[in-house]
Design a protein. Structure first.
Length: 455
């Protein structure tokens, strides 16, 4: 995939291109956050088990991650605006089907398909931002991106809860249809077309390896507690599939994912920190929502309102982080942010401070990590590899969210009383471990390899 400069084909220029891009991000974010709160109600009505309920939520981010590589390649070849509009249209259609579904399996399948469409949206948005903005403008654009995610997280739980209480859970999917449709119209009107250089090809084997490998790993995580032998075997298979994928990418002349970027410490550490931060935040949102409704008998609206401090703090963290990173350096800011997030997750699980304050710490750290670690990824890549950095960023976010829900909900299911605090303590420990990862400026020096088109 190539991160070449965009070739405008419309009247829009400058910062106005962020309007449809951020609307697309908002639509994709709401597809996740709107479902977390009504999930227990939906699961009860369509007879989904605890595992099925978790799949209802995390099938979207996991399929989003699986579809990112293919969507990014499509955007490079046929145009990122084109792929963005198609993805938004598919999201609208998928949510319309979900709105009418009456079977749990149909809902999970439509969520998975909508996740693939979300991958098309995210890949197009991130590649456009990464190739259009550099330096301080890139940090601002990424801050706006994270702030929009925070706004979606703030609106999602409340809107999902209110709609479920007032109009029923099907109205949640109706709202997603409307949002995706508005975003598609804005993209058609305001966004210039851009694409990568050349005509990159497609290898279905690599697409299958990456998607199936990721899915098997997540299923393995869900099975480890109930069936350790089966879970371990599946985990080995999933890791083996991804290892074959990486090996093929290293040998390919036109790779879907430039895995050589991970040889740079700044890239690999930033990706891991993004993944773990997303895992901790995703687990907090899902587990708190389920706990409040099933253990404390709160309504969906009340559960949604309880999550607002986390979402607002995510927005604040995304906006404030660029102001501190010039003075303290990106590595220190990310370490501090992960420490703050870990403290919030620990306090949420143990109940040692009021829930709003604890969740605000989780969100503040998550927003800061999202902005600064993402900016570090783009800065570590050359302009030609900006699109690749964007793909790595979004895979880390999506896989982190899905794995966080899968892993920590499995921990929570171990015990009906102690599972909730134990799961959040584990999430806190994971975030703290990510804060201690060794980092620093990239040691790689610029070479001719950096100047060749990154496919």
């Amino acid at each position: 995939m190539t991160g070449s400069e965009p070739t405008p084909s419309g009247p829009s220029s400058g910062w106005i291109v962020l309007v449809p891009l951020l609307l697309g991000i908002l639509g994709s974010g709401l597809s996740m956050s709107l479902i977390s709160v009504p999930a227990p109600v939906i699961a009860a009505e369509v007879s989904l088990s605890d595992t099925g309920r978790a799949w209802l939520v995390d099938s979207y981010p996991l399929c989003l991650a699986a579809g990112l590589l293919f969507a990014a390649r499509l955007g490079d070849r046929f145009g990122r605006r084109t792929v963005l509009v198609i993805g938004l249209g598919a999201m609208a259609l998928g949510n319309a089907v979900a709105m009418l579904a009456s079977a749990g399996l149909v809902l999970i399948i439509t969520r998975a398909i909508t996740g693939l469409a979300g991958g098309a949206v995210i890949a197009s948005v991130v590649a456009t931002i990464g190739t259009r903005f550099r330096g301080r403008d890139l940090a601002i654009a990424n801050g706006a991106w994270v702030a929009t995610v925070g706004a979606g997280n703030a609106l999602g739980p409340v809107l999902g809860g209110v709609l479920t209480d007032r109009l029923g859970w099907r109205s949640v999917f109706a709202a997603l249809v409307a949002i995706a449709s508005i975003a598609a119209l804005a993209a058609i009107r305001l966004l210039p077309e851009s694409r990568g250089a050349g005509r990159p090809g497609f290898d279905p084997v690599d697409l299958i390896l990456s998607g199936v490998g990721l899915g098997v790993i997540v299923h393995a995580v869900k099975r480890l507690a109930a069936a350790p032998v089966e879970g371990t075997g599946l985990l080995v298979i999933g890791v083996a599939l991804l290892a074959v994928f990486v090996r093929r990418q290293r040998r390919a002349t036109d790779p879907l994912l430039d895995v050589a970027l991970f040889a740079r410490r700044r890239v690999s550490v930033s990706a891991i920190q993004l993944l773990i931060s997303a895992a901790a935040a995703g687990a907090c949102i899902y587990l708190v929502s389920v706990h409040l409704q099933l253990a404390e008998d709160r309504s969906p609206s009340q559960a949604g309102l309880a999550l607002v401090p986390l979402a607002l703090a995510t927005t604040a963290g995304g906006l404030l982080a660029p102001l501190t990173h010039a003075r303290l350096g990106s590595a220190l800011v990310v370490r501090i942010a992960l420490g703050v997030q870990a403290a919030g997750a620990l306090a949420t699980g143990l109940g040692v401070v009021p829930l709003p304050a604890a969740l605000a710490l989780v969100g503040l750290g998550y927003g800061a990590v999202g902005t600064i670690a993402t900016t570090a990824l783009f800065e570590a890549a050359t302009p030609r590899r900006a699109a690749q950095a964007g793909v790595i960023q979004e895979i880390a976010f999506a896989v982190g969210t899905g794995l966080g829900i899968a892993a920590f909900s499995t921990v929570a299911a171990i015990d009906p009383v102690l599972g909730f605090p134990i799961a959040l303590v584990a999430a806190a420990a994971t975030a703290l471990g990510a804060a201690l990862l060794p980092t620093g400026v990239p040691t790689h020096t610029h070479s001719a390899a950096d100047d060749r088109p990154s496919q």
